[in-house]
Design a protein around this ligand. Structure first.
Ligand SMILES: N[C@@H](CCC(=O)N[C@@H](CS)C(=O)NCC(=O)O)C(=O)O
Length: 221
């Protein structure tokens, strides 16, 4: 496999997922920042690579692949270890359910273009985002509780090892913080998210550690 190219934006939670997965899989990649605030995702050059006009897009062996779930599943198929989706079918379905609670249950509703459509008023945008983030986190927390009742234990979102559920949870917690959502009502996902966020793979993928992050957001050592 040639070194892949990732079209990314530092604060995009969907890009954060793919950066995190690439790091877990120890794949070196080239970052090509797309500035969403400047509308670069709608530029002719970018649309030629990804006609959907969203980040992330991973170009792998000259093939552009879009949608973070599809990209991460592809990485899991191409690079056997560590596995992000368990091979046991039931465990796999449960990890996939946690992934979708965020991927389809929250992120589309806090996306920039949706917020722009909802209102230009910051307070109204924040209230909208907070409502759907809390609803989605509640679903994720309930699923974790039910999984624990079924015997799933460990420090991560699904068991003893990091899975795709953590890859989606960590960026969502970053976005939740940005929108001022209190995580106290969600102790299970908060603990799992903090555990996964402390891994080297997550730290290197974090928004503040990206080359396109504004200087005042960059982590100071
Ligand atoms: N379902 C897509 C979501 C992609 C997405 O919503 N990307 C956002 C950033 S997190 C974006 O590019 N927004 C640009 C816009 O709304 O114009 C995925 O998982 O990759």
């Amino acid at each position: 496999m040639k070194s892949p190219v990732l079209y990314t934006y530092w604060r995009s939670s969907s890009s954060f997922r793919v950066r995190f997965a690439l790091n877990v899989k120890r794949v070196a990649y080239e970052s090509r920042p797309v500035n969403l605030l400047k509308g670069e995702q709608r530029s002719e050059t970018y649309l030629a690579t990804n006609p959907n006009g969203f980040v992330p897009c991973l170009v792998i062996d000259d093939e552009p692949v879009v949608e973070s779930v599809a990209i991460i599943e592809l990485l899991d198929d191409l690079i056997a270890s560590p596995k992000l989706f368990p091979s046991d079918p039931i465990a796999r379905a449960r990890v996939r359910a946690l992934v979708e609670a965020i991927n389809s249950g929250v992120q589309p509703l806090q996306n920039l273009s949706v917020l722009d459509h909802v209102s230009s008023d910051t307070k109204a945008r924040t209230e909208w985002a907070q409502h759907f983030i809390k609803r989605g986190l509640n679903v994720f927390e309930s699923m974790m509780r039910v999984n624990a009742d079924r015997g799933v234990s460990g420090p991560f979102a699904y068991g003893e090892t990091l899975t795709a559920a953590d890859i989606f949870l960590v960026p969502q917690l970053y976005a939740s913080k940005r929108f001022g959502v209190d995580l106290a009502p969600f102790p299970r996902l908060k603990a799992a998210g903090e555990r996964a966020a402390a891994t080297d793979a997550a730290i290197a993928a974090a928004p503040e550690n990206q080359s396109d992050a504004p200087p005042d957001e960059k982590r100071t050592k």
